[in-house]
Design a binder for this molecule. Structure first.
Ligand code: TRP
Length: 371
């Protein structure tokens, strides 16, 4: 069986370094290795609307941001099908059929849905509290819609961050239930592909908090202005116990070192910090004492500039031809739609609801009623 890769992001803001090390960088590597039959990357606008129904303008504005982030990281529309979720109406039909195979109780147990509900103040039941909003049905059921996103192309491999694990698990269950209920092997169980490096699985914000998030103001964006990026790194959380340069410092929980774990390579040392050969030597020195935070931060700034500069340059080029970016998305959406129509047809065949194609059904009914 072939290998089909699919992944995507919600267009609710620009993508940041957490997205980059958590998934984007991996996608570009997968694309360039070419060890797959087909690769799809999409913008999940329908999912973004599940908790932004009152603000479609936000989604509308951010589609181009995410598309530019994809292209500037090196996703190549010649190799990858880039598309927009809402342009594939077949996904909604699949979602409807899947929703009959999933219980409310199972959705309530999905840990990602649970924590996102709390974060957004969506309360499960009727509430008198003005700070709590009711739970939109579409938001509650988005894991089902996400299963359709994955299944339409029979994806085998889904490169995403750790937080998406429960979604992939739920999708696998839906696939098993569908194939089992309709006695077919139309759908394929996908596997999650996580970054191998732990620092990349959950890159903290610049303040050391567990997650980069726009609302916490602790992000560095892929399209960040170089000066702004330097300012953010200089203000980064380190080891609060490392007061004087001579003091021994901690590297665990030290954001600068987590970022270095995620970004730096041995080849950065001869270029940017020839005093050391690799990151372990820097860590050892820091832990012994005698190495200041600012030196480490300056190195990190150089490493990040090195990684982000080609991304900025490519972004700048695509920014000069925005109509072409929409054109890439339109063509990709058309191509994805063909694949979705084929899978949907196979699903309906398995469910035996392609009535008009079903000569034996028509003959059977005719025989039953013939006088
Ligand atoms: N839930 C993902 C996120 O929040 C976006 C997404 C939607 C997705 N459908 C998907 C990711 C299918 C991978 C596969 O980032």
């Amino acid at each position: 069986m072939g290998r089909i890769i699919l992944t995507g992001d919600r267009p609710t803001g620009k993508l940041h370094l957490g997205h980059y090390v958590g998934s984007l960088r991996n996608r570009v590597l997968l694309q360039n290795e070419g060890d797959y039959d087909r690769m799809f990357v999409f913008i999940a606008d329908v999912q973004a609307l599940t908790d932004n129904a009152d603000n479609p303008e936000k989604v509308r504005q951010n589609i181009i941001e995410v598309a530019l982030d994809y292209l500037s990281c090196g996703l190549d529309p010649e190799k990858v099908t880039l598309f927009i979720q809402s342009q594939i109406p077949e996904l909604h039909e699949m979602t409807q059929f899947f929703s009959n195979l999933v219980t409310v109780q199972r959705l309530q147990r999905n840990p990602t849905v649970k924590s996102e509900m709390i974060l957004r103040g969506f309360h499960n039941m009727e509430t008198q509290d003005d700070n709590q909003r009711g739970l939109p049905v579409g938001f509650f059921t988005y894991p089902i819609s996400q299963a359709a996103d994955i299944c339409f192309c029979k994806a085998t491999t889904v490169p995403v961050g750790e937080d998406q694990e429960p979604m992939i698990e739920q999708c696998r269950e839906i696939v098993r239930t569908f194939n089992g209920t309709y006695k077919c092997d139309v759908l394929v169980e996908p596997s999650i592909l996580l970054p191998s490096n732990l620092a990349c699985r959950r890159l903290p914000g610049t303040d050391g908090k567990a997650k980069m998030s726009k609302s916490l103001g602790n992000c560095i964006y892929l399209s960040e202005d170089p000066k702004e990026m330097e300012r953010k790194v200089k203000g980064m959380f380190t080891d609060p116990g490392h007061l004087r340069v001579e003091d021994p410092g901690k590297v665990e929980g030290n954001t600068v070192f987590t970022y270095l774990d995620a970004f730096c390579e041995d080849s950065d040392f001869p270029k940017y910090w020839p005093d050391y050969q690799n990151l372990q030597e820097v860590k050892d020195h820091y832990m012994r004492g005698g190495l200041g935070d600012m030196k480490c931060k300056k190195f990190l700034i150089n490493v990040l500039h090195d990684r982000l500069e080609p991304i900025r340059a490519r972004r700048h080029e695509y920014e000069q031809d925005i109509p072409e970016v929409y054109n890439i998305l339109r063509k990709g959406s058309e191509a994805a739609r063909e694949v979705a129509a084929q899978t949907l047809h196979e699903m309906k065949d398995a469910m035996k609801i392609n009535y008009f194609d079903d000569a034996s059904l028509i003959a059977e009914q005719a025989a039953k009623y013939r006088q």
